[in-house]
Ligand binder design. Structure first.
Ligand SMILES: Nc1ncnc2c1ncn2[C@@H]1O[C@H](COP(=O)(O)OP(=O)(O)O)[C@@H](O)[C@H]1O
Ligand SMILES: [Mg+2]
Length: 371
């Protein structure tokens, strides 16, 4: 089977594991400090892409060609239409629908691909739209407003809600724009963050009620009736330095937690009572279903003041760092389920093939004791 591995490759700066970069976003545009650091945070490092290629090729019937998801090269290559399926990791380019761009193109060309479709990808990248849809279906989410300009008062928009709030860019992932300062306790801090996000990311801010409870992230594998959750990951905020707020910020993900000095920030499987485990799993699978996610995704959950599981966001293109020493939730959950990196990715491929009726023989071996 010929598999096209469609990826965006992160430009590397020597000495930094996951930080990058070099080129400004537009010719002539001034580069903001945060852009230097996190412009390509969502893209995959060359080591990750190699590891994915090797993992898929560990199956005797799979032959992989890496396609860089840049418009000219990728479109010319895909037009040849000689792939049985594309394994989609493309983050896309500019705009709030960027993750949907390549899946939409693949659909236009009639090429099968793994993962969610353009609609789910575009919605999931807009955290406000996602929450609107989830709340329509009765799934708990934090109350919020979106704004691109400072506000005179927050209480008039969210009566009954009070500080602290969290302020995030509406359409980013990989903790882009979510800083320790995103946790705000008064109107000055709130407006400062709204202006920072409007200035650095040119987009509205999402101002959300802060969910004060435990935080989890849950990997889902499979599609439709076959979608299942992998063991729940808990984020241990106690591992962060004392000055850090209890949020999984850019600093927590990329600065405090480095491969030379990894934080023990995740516990998997999370130590939760059976009732809470059932509640989290049910709400995650419901969110996955409502958004029409396919093959795989990772869903972030946090408990509100009453201990109820709320959905924070859905990641239909989850991060998949291959090295167990580096903290990456989806592969960690897969290992806790007894799935190697190879078995995890081949299971995603199998789920995609099954949806299209593409013959592909694969049954993952479960290896207990993987960590
Ligand atoms: N409403 C909220 N209440 C409490 N913490 C939140 C809330 N929204 C986000 N966070 C914190 O910020 C982190 C990053 O937010 P998230 O929306 O998941 O962004 P990203 O796309 O960068 O992962 C979360 O993992 C969580 O720690
Ligand atoms: Mg998240």
């Amino acid at each position: 089977m010929r598999v096209g591995l469609l990826v965006n490759i992160k430009p590397q700066v020597k000495g930094y594991r996951d930080r990058a970069v070099i080129a400004p976003p537009r010719r002539g545009a001034a580069m903001q400090p945060s852009m230097i650091e996190d412009l390509y945070a969502e893209w995959d490092a060359p080591e990750t892409i190699d590891a994915v290629r090797h993992a898929l090729e560990s199956h005797p019937d799979v032959e992989v060609e890496v396609i860089e998801a840049v418009p000219d090269r990728a479109i010319d290559r895909l037009l040849i239409k000689d792939f049985d399926i594309v394994f989609n990791l493309a983050e896309g380019f500019i705009g709030a629908a960027r993750e949907a761009q390549f899946p939409a193109l693949l659909e236009m060309l009639g090429i099968p691909y793994t993962g969610s479709g353009p609609l789910a990808l575009a919605i999931a990248l807009d955290k406000a739209r996602t929450k609107e849809i989830l709340s329509y279906h009765g799934i708990p989410v934090a109350r919020f407003i979106t704004t691109i300009t400072p506000v005179a008062s927050i209480h008039s928009y969210l009566p009954g809600s009070d500080f602290p709030f969290i302020v995030k860019p509406i359409s980013e992932g990989s903790s882009k724009g979510i800083r320790n300062s995103s946790f705000v306790t008064n109107l000055d801090e709130l407006n400062h963050e709204i202006e920072r996000i409007a200035g650095e990311y040119q987009q509205p801010a999402l101002v959300e009620e802060f969910l004060p409870g435990r935080e989890f992230t849950v990997a889902v594998l499979g599609s439709g009736d076959k979608a299942r959750v992998l063991p729940i990951v808990e984020i241990n905020f106690g591992e962060l330095p004392p000055e850090a707020n209890s949020i999984y910020s850019y600093e927590a993900k990329w600065i405090y937690d480095v491969s030379e000095n990894p934080l023990n920030i995740f516990t998997c499987p999370a130590d939760v009572p059976a009732k809470l485990k059932d509640e989290i799993e049910a709400v995650v699978l419901r969110a996955y279903e409502v958004l029409e996610c396919r093959d795989w995704a990772r869903v972030d959950v946090r408990l509100d003041g009453r201990g109820r599981a709320n959905i924070i966001e859905i990641n239909p293109l989850p991060g998949i760092l291959p090295n167990p020493e580096e903290n990456s939730c989806y592969p960690k959950a897969a290992r806790a389920a007894g799935l190697t990196y190879e078995a995890m990715l081949l299971s995603v491929l199998k789920s995609g093939c099954d949806r299209y009726g593409i013959p592909f023989k694969f049954e993952p071996k479960h290896e207990p004791g993987l960590r």
